[in-house]
Design a protein around this ligand. Structure first.
Ligand code: NAD
Ligand code: TYD
Length: 339
């Protein structure tokens, strides 16, 4: 199979390419990535010499970039992905997540190839009790979630109008190696290592449903090979935690691995002003992918968090380059100091 992966230099995309090259050594993968602040070729250093892997620097919004590519399937990860940045300026979110997806849909239409659109549970908005299923209404609350919901709607329209063989997945919050340090898990680990305040928004009681990135990648593999065109699949590991629970677990694991007193790190927790429009709880029902595609998550949360902490401790060179680069400026605007 000839796969075009977009946004493959980011967190989930790079883990997905690694998974696919290991599971299907005869597949050919083109990774098209714009290399925004979140794109990092060091995420793929161990595989960039594979003969069946090619990197192309480019923008999914460029309508001619795909002309000469032979493609059986597109897996679209390319996106602006951070809610806090979408609150500061939504422009790049609309350009990439909406117009970029439209351009990819036109490409999938012209090439009559499969289009797997990697979306998010955030398109459903917040739910106090119960769970969203694939037929729930889309009620996005952040500009990021609205841009992803808009892209999901475009995908649906191309299935209905142009018979594009498209599938949408909506996954919950991912954690694991190579996640950019603006996101909660790596931010907590790095701030703990650097003895910086750990910002917890509001009262820390917002709930997120966590899944290890490898389980997400295995789910996407199942959807790509066994999913039905036109369908939507929720992906989640039934692992809800309040933010403060997740932060405390991360600090427990970090202190254990550093061999220091846990209180030295929990003392860094700082409750800060809440994020505007902060969704209280994300919760999806993943029964459809579990039942129809026989996919189940494998990674235990406690073990996954330990391994993730260990990964950041062992890969200081990887994150040092990020925190001393462009990210340093963003961190200063958010927290008024450098990491
Ligand atoms: P990320 O920010 O780590 O990576 C995004 C990648 O897309 C980067 O490599 C970036 O350079 C690239 N990119 C951005 N704009 C581009 C453009 N115009 N053209 C080409 N490449 C471009 O994001 P992530 O966390 O890996 O998320 C990947 C996808 O999964 C996103 O679509 C996101 O909405 C979705 N998702 C993420 C999560 C999560 O918890 N991180 C959960 C569910 C769904
Ligand atoms: P994040 O990783 O940004 O993912 P999302 O907003 O897409 O769910 O944040 C996860 C949760 O952690 C979310 O409820 C916001 C919260 N959060 C904090 O409390 N402090 C922080 O510094 C960050 C980045 C997030």
């Amino acid at each position: 199979m000839k796969l075009l992966v977009t946004g493959g230099a980011g967190f989930i995309g790079s883990n997905f390419i690694r998974h696919m090259l290991s599971a299907y050594p005869d597949y050919r993968i083109i990774n098209l990535d714009k290399l925004t602040y979140a794109g990092n070729l060091e995420n793929l250093q161990d595989i960039d010499k594979f003969p069946n892997y090619t990197f192309v620097k480019g923008d999914i919004g460029d309508s001619h970039i795909f002309d000469k590519m032979e493609i059986d399937a597109i897996v679209n990860f390319a996106a602006e992905s951070h809610v806090d940045r979408s609150i500061l300026d939504a422009t790049p979110f609309l350009k990439t997540n909406v117009i970029g997806t439209y351009n990819l849909l036109e490409t999938a239409r012209q090439k009559a190839c499969i289009f797997l659109h990697v979306s998010t549970d955030e398109v459903y908005g917040s739910i106090d009790r119960g769970f969203f299923n694939e037929d729930s209404r889309l009620l996005p609350n952040s500009p990021y979630a609205a841009s992803k919901a808009a892209s999901d709607m475009l995908v649906r329209s191309y299935v209905e109008t142009h018979d594009v063989m498209a599938i949408i997945t909506r996954c919950s919050n991912n954690y694991g190696p190579y996640q950019f340090p603006e996101k909660l898990f790596p931010l907590v680990i790095l701030n703990a290592l650097n003895r910086k305040p750990i910002p917890v928004y509001g009262d820390g009681m917002n709930v997120r449903d966590w899944i290890h990135v490898n389980d997400h990648c295995r789910a996407l593999d199942a959807v790509l090979h066994k999913g039905r065109a036109g369908d939507v699949y929720n992906i989640g590991a039934r692992c809800e935690r309040t933010n403060i629970e997740a932060v405390r677990l991360l600090l427990k694991k970090t202190s254990e691995q550093l061999g220091i007193d846990e209180q030295e790190l929990t003392g860094l927790i700082t409750f800060v002003k809440d994020r505007p429009g902060h969704d209280k709880r994300y919760a999806i029902d993943p029964s459809m992918i579990e039942g129809n595609l026989k996919w189940l998550p494998e990674k235990d949360f406690d073990k996954g968090v330990s391994e993730t902490v260990q990964w950041y401790l062992s890969n200081e060179k990887w994150w040092q380059r990020i925190v001393s680069g462009e990210y340093a400026e963003y961190y200063r605007t958010q927290y008024g100091e450098s990491i």
